[in-house]
Design a protein around this ligand. Structure first.
Ligand SMILES: [Cu+2]
Length: 135
């Protein structure tokens, strides 16, 4: 087992039958190394993406577009966009996946979102990244 260290370990899960996550906001500091343990406790599939500030609509619409073709399922509705910074693929009910993310040096309101077709408008939240105090 690796003894990998994280500055924060967060657990996230969907609220059953409500198409939202159990958290609406996360807060990290620039440069932190974090782990999100995403556990799908719902009865349907979900994924989890982290995106750049202001990218929610761009990612959501790209995912809607993917849903029109076989590529959507193949890529687990994760659009190939540079604004997608990290992701957990599509999880069946009961599955768990971890995302390890190196928080960028640029502070801002990053986003998290589920891009399973139709979910992104409600199943999303903000990741507040604040600047680490200089020593
Ligand atoms: Cu979802």
């Amino acid at each position: 087992m690796s003894a990998e260290k994280f500055d924060q370990v967060i657990e996230m899960q969907p609220v059953p039958d409500q198409m939202r996550y159990d958290k609406e906001e996360l807060s990290f500091t620039t440069g932190e190394r974090i782990k999100i343990i995403f556990k799908n406790t719902d009865g349907m599939q979900h994924n989890l993406l982290i995106g750049s500030p202001g990218s929610l609509e761009m990612i959501g619409k790209a995912a809607d577009g993917m849903a029109q073709s076989a590529i959507g399922v193949e890529r687990e509705y994760v659009p190939e966009l540079t604004v997608v910074l990290a992701s957990a693929g599509l999880l069946d009910p009961g599955e768990t996946q971890e995302i390890v993310w190196q928080v960028p040096d640029e502070p801002g309101d990053y986003i998290f979102v589920c891009t399973f077709p139709g979910h992104w408008r409600t199943m999303n939240g903000v990741i507040k990244v604040i600047k680490a105090p200089s020593i």
